[in-house]
Design a protein around this ligand. Structure first.
Ligand code: NDP
Length: 443
């Protein structure tokens, strides 16, 4: 065999697995047809979060007046933000590549295709490997409608030549709400359309309602229960057409209706790797496919589409297979955030899940106006919710929306993972004045 491990896809999961396996002494090669770094670094979490920061200045500059700041004329230059963000992405791409190089991982900047269970064709060569890891991630889902191609996805949104005047966003999930917030702050007229009657399915209903209320008050338009029939070009832009509802005109249309695993054209058939009924690579608790020496981690397995999960899956695989230290990813109490404006954070069971699984639960809420918003005359309330198991007094879920909610949530996630009780929360002295003190003041 040419290598002990061949990794297909240099995103979060693939890079982590390569680095750790190489550290355990394995001879490792990795193939990447785009830039090293993957969705999160190149066209996802990282550039998105930087745009969130950039966009938030719009409100900060307005609020600043209430804090005594006299500001001159404000203007926003999209190319400056875009290019600075893309430069940061390039910097991170270099760091990822350096990590691979310094661990003596061979990088093929090419598409890799399996030709049999131990052989990969890459860059016009055939190489063999004892183990293969598929970490090819996912891509935006596109509907099969006339004019679908007139819309863009999160892949293209970071590269816009100019900001549109009117943006229409299809979807009601993470990406739709995050870009609704970013575009709106940057002065774009935003309409979010979703096929169902809600946003952020699965999240606590009170938080979803709060985001919807605040978003609407800010001026974001929503349309629910949309049966879209197609996209068409008009004289001055694009028109989204619907069955039984008026069309919506815009200059930019963003598809954000979910992501599907990248399994096509990889030679999975040739290697005998099976998919599950959702079209993702089927794996067991050790990320092993039905072919014993072929593994898969990250979004291509469609377990939890989150970067830190892909990283852990890659790490666990490398430690288990090459380090003689087998361990498994624990999917319980995984924190998650939506970087909308305001953002949401959640960990553990929602109230509904707790009631269904635990029987008797206590729920505590704090519905408050952050003091900064009070002075800024910004009528936006935060909402924190704790879900407690009545039988054990353990806090089994925390859900919050408000400024910096994801920052607060990460710390609460430690307490919940550790199985702390509500009494222990209450026993903790409040840190005043903060928003997070609400966590220990809910009675
Ligand atoms: P989500 O899965 O979050 O949401 C998909 C949305 O699109 C839902 O509102 C859903 O409607 C709707 N939808 C689903 N299928 C269709 C369809 N065939 N036609 C029309 N509408 C459809 O998708 P995103 O694209 O926003 O994000 C993908 C994943 O990436 C997320 O689930 C998350 O795991 C990850 N991600 C995480 C982020 C973070 O951690 N901050 C940021 C961005 C992405 P319905 O209401 O019926 O469910």
């Amino acid at each position: 065999m040419d290598y002990d491990l061949f990794v297909i896809g240099a995103g979060s999961g693939g890079v982590r697995a390569s680095r750790i396996a190489a550290g355990h002494g394995a001879r490792v090669a990795i193939a990447e047809e785009h830039k090293v770094g993957g969705t999160c670094v190149i066209r996802g979490c990282v550039p998105k979060k930087l745009l969130v920061y950039g966009a938030h200045f719009a409100e900060d500059l307005v609020d600043a007046r209430r804090f005594g700041w006299q500001l001159g004329e404000r203007s926003f230059d999209w190319p400056t933000l875009r290019d600075n963000v893309l430069a940061e992405v390039d910097r991170l791409n270099t760091i990822y590549q350096n990590t691979l190089d310094s661990h003596k991982v061979t990088t093929f900047h090419d598409r890799a295709v399996l030709v049999d269970p131990h052989t990969v064709e890459v860059g016009g060569r055939r190489v063999t490997a004892a183990h293969i890891l598929i970490a090819t991630g996912a891509r935006p889902l596109l509907p099969d409608l006339p004019g679908t191609e007139l819309g863009i996805t999160s892949n293209e949104v970071f590269h816009l030549d100019a900001l549109p005047k009117r943006a229409v966003i299809a979807g009601g999930g993470y990406i739709a709400n995050e870009f609704a917030g970013i575009f709106h702050e940057l002065g774009v007229d935003v309409t979010l359309i979703n096929r169902s009657d809600t946003i952020l399915r699965g999240w606590d209903p009170a938080l979803r309602d709060r985001l919807l209320t605040i978003s609407m008050a800010k001026g974001i338009n929503f349309r629910f229960n949309c049966r879209m029939t197609g996209l068409a070009r008009t004289d001055d832009g694009l028109r989204a057409e619907f069955d039984g509802a008026d069309p919506i005109d815009g200059d930019l249309f963003l598809w954000a209706i979910g992501r599907r695993p990248n399994v096509e054209g990889l030679g999975l058939d040739a290697a005998g790797v099976a998919l599950d009924d959702k079209g993702a690579i089927r794996v067991d608790d050790d990320s092993r496919t039905n072919v014993p020496h072929i593994y898969a981690v990250g979004d291509v397995t469609d377990r939890l589409q989150l970067t830190p999960i892909a990283i852990r899956e890659g790490h666990a695989f490398a430690d288990s297979v090459f380090g003689g230290k087998p361990w498994r990813v624990d999917y319980r109490n995984v924190p998650s955030a939506v970087f909308s404006n305001p953002p949401l954070g959640s960990v553990g069971l929602t109230e509904a899940q707790a009631r269904n699984t635990l029987g008797s639960v206590r729920v505590y809420t704090s519905d408050f106006r952050p003091m900064r918003n009070v002075l800024a005359n910004r009528n936006e309330r935060a909402l924190y919710k704790l879900v407690v198991d009545e039988a054990t007094d353990k806090v089994v879920g925390a859900h919050m929306i408000g400024p910096d909610a994801p920052e607060v949530l990460q710390a609460v996630a430690i307490a919940i993972k550790a199985g702390l009780t509500k009494a222990q929360f209450d026993d903790t002295v409040a840190l005043h004045p903060t928003m997070s003190e609400e966590l220990v003041l809910m009675r």
